[in-house]
Design a protein around this ligand. Sequence first.
Ligand code: C5P
Length: 241
Amino acid sequence: MIDEARKRLIFALDVDSFEKAQAWVDQLHQQVGLFKVGKQLFTRCGPRVVEMIRERGADVFLDLKYHDIPNTVAKAGVEACRLGVGMFNVHALGGLEMMQKTVGEVDSWCQQNNRPRPTMLAVTILTSSTEETLRGVGIDQPVTEMVVRLAKLTKEAGFDGVVASPREVELIRAACGNDFAIVTPGVRPSFASLDDQKRVTTPAEAIAAGASHLVIGRPISAAENPAEAARLILEEIAGAL
Ligand code: C5P
């Protein structure tokens, strides 16, 4: 069960240097199955940060949220595969054709090169967006309706799942079925502070609601003993599985 839980725990490597990233991976790779590399760290360090994580036996969630014309996103997806990431994401607002083309090119590259296909995720509506944000860009629909609509579109395109707030998990699970990854940030174990997260759930609640993976940063990085904090979270995930 702990092994199964480890595959579901993603640590957010929200740091600004290769050395800091390496120190976290060395400290946590036994508890954490995937390390999330986002725009800041990737822009600073580039592919070698991905290589460093893979050399230590962990997987990478490349969180670059691609959103562009279909051909450009498909080609970026192929490069993510070449880097050997285990998971990457796009914006579902890029549309069905963008996602379908990405699935097609990624699938054929992985087959030709005998490599496993990474877990392909889409972001529906950023949790920083409100109804007002959507109205400002011409979308007159409630956030939750848009989230469900875009999650269904993601599934239709052949993607593996979405990134979503814990509050949206149940709706998405009901709309997209069990064979669909739902990766949620905004998770806070009872021992951690809320930081700037406002709507949070515990790891056990998120898994029970239907999340498949949890993205956790500061509850681990700000703990007195980060490896122990990660271990406690693993136990909580395992208990809820
Ligand atoms: O430190 P914390 O656990 O809050 O980190 C959560 C991670 O998930 C950060 O990398 C943050 O950018 C990301 N994230 C989030 N909320 C979203 C989407 C992504 O906290 N809605």
